[in-house]
Write a protein that binds this ligand. Structure first.
Ligand SMILES: *Cc1c(COP(=O)(O)O)cnc(C)c1O
Length: 384
């Protein structure tokens, strides 16, 4: 926690990334070594075997812990591997409260895999903290939320839910993938654990998968270090290095994502072919005040409604600068049809219940020249 005195952009460039003590290299080397020379029985230089720890991975874990203001970082081979590691804290008989509109892969992992291990889930609309209070049972051992949600951009008041959790001594984890620590730091608002798919904004270049858990409490740090060693789903040295490289430009990228995101949202909101736009930065967003309070920017994730599946299809086939593809958070703009991609695992009824219609399109606004993005959307929407 000694790094906190520096600003965010400085920490993103320097924390965990000091020049290499041996050579002075300003970039952290990629330590492609599975094992390390020991100096005697039970004597080592800090590293024994790379499943346990690796210097490149250590650098990334230090960096991400610093950016979230946490005590320790633990990186995994993907965001899903990080969430799977998170729930190893639990035992059969435990109960989890999970947001009802979290990432589709999280829903699939919990409801099709983890549930078979004797852990029960309640799916709750966490945008109202009272719903969380009401769902708490004696066996509740974790509250997991995502804010804003994908793709509906519904917010949860992190501080309010953290207060409920703390009253009952229940740890709270937040999937902070959509905002990145640049715009939202859940630990500062009372959460205990932050999770990210580093695949998205943290890496930022759509060239590698990864996930992280940032812990604030020693018992969680110890549990996550132990699960890295026991299950081995850790991030490779090369991919750790890619995220380190990405993180150095996180501050400038996020500023540009946010600037472009606001302009694209405003453009879509006045477009006659678009019936509504979901973006926390718009004054029409029902939780705009909460967004201003708990986030320092609005990011670049926008969902909007074009009426029918046929219209959505036409739009996705007509874009030229923007790419029709899943994922988000890279420098390039990506557009996708939520009902058939990220939320295909849900039944039509489940999708309709939460509001993911056939005409809903999600865009991750990149950092290209914003006029090129706007012109591209304009020409593509003209085909509808
Ligand atoms: C992508 C994503 C995940 C899963 O991460 P992977 O790196 O694809 O395994 C989890 N949560 C959110 C919000 C995501 O966008």
């Amino acid at each position: 926690m000694t790094q906190i005195q520096h600003g965010f952009a400085t920490r993103a460039i320097h924390d965990g990334q000091e020049p290499d003590p041996r050579t002075g290299a300003v970039n952290v080397p990629i330590y492609l070594s599975s094992t390390y020379e020991l100096q005697g029985i039970e004597k080592h230089r800090g590293w024994e075997y790379s499943r346990v720890s690796n210097p490149t991975r250590d650098a990334l874990e230090t960096s991400l812990a610093s950016l979230e203001g946490g005590a320790s970082g633990h990186v995994f081979a993907s965001g899903m591997a990080a969430i799977a590691a998170l729930v190893t804290m639990l035992s059969a008989g435990d109960h989890v409260i999970c947001g009802d509109n979290v990432y589709g892969g999280t829903t699939r992992l919990f409801s099709q895999v983890i549930v078979r291990h004797g852990i029960e889930f309640s799916w709750v609309d966490t945008s109202n903290p009272d719903n969380v209070s009401r769902a708490i049972r004696p066996a509740t051992k974790l509250v997991h939320i995502e804010t804003p949600t994908n793709p509906l951009m519904t917010l949860t008041d992190i501080r309010a839910v953290a207060n409920v959790c703390h009253e009952h001594g229940i740890p709270m984890s937040v999937d902070n993938t959509f905002m990145s620590p640049y715009f939202q730091r859940p630990l500062e608002l009372g959460a205990d654990i932050v999770m990210h798919s580093t695949t998205k904004f943290l890496n930022g270049h759509s060239d590698g998968l990864g996930g992280v858990l940032v812990a604030n409490k020693p018992e969680h740090a110890e549990a996550f270090r132990f699960v890295q060693k026991c299950t081995g789903g850790i991030l490779s040295p090369f991919e750790s290095w890619l995220v380190l490289r990405g993180v150095k430009t996180l501050a400038v990228r996020m500023k540009q994502h946010d600037e472009n995101g606001r302009k694209v949202a405003a453009f879509l909101a006045q477009h006659p072919k678009v019936s509504h736009v979901l973006y926390p930065g718009l004054e029409t967003h029902p939780q705009h005040e909460l967004a201003k309070r708990q986030m320092s920017g609005f990011g670049s994730m926008i969902a909007f409604e074009v009426g029918t599946r046929a219209n959505a299809d036409k739009l996705l086939q007509s874009v030229r600068v923007i790419t029709n593809g899943e994922s988000l958070g890279g420098v390039e703009s990506l557009i996708s049809h939520s009902a058939t991609t990220t939320h295909a695992a849900l039944s039509q009824e489940e999708r309709e219940r939460i509001g993911i219609t056939e005409g809903l399109v999600r865009i991750s606004v990149g950092i290209e020249d914003v006029d090129d993005i706007l012109n591209d959307l304009d020409q593509a929407l003209a085909n509808l």
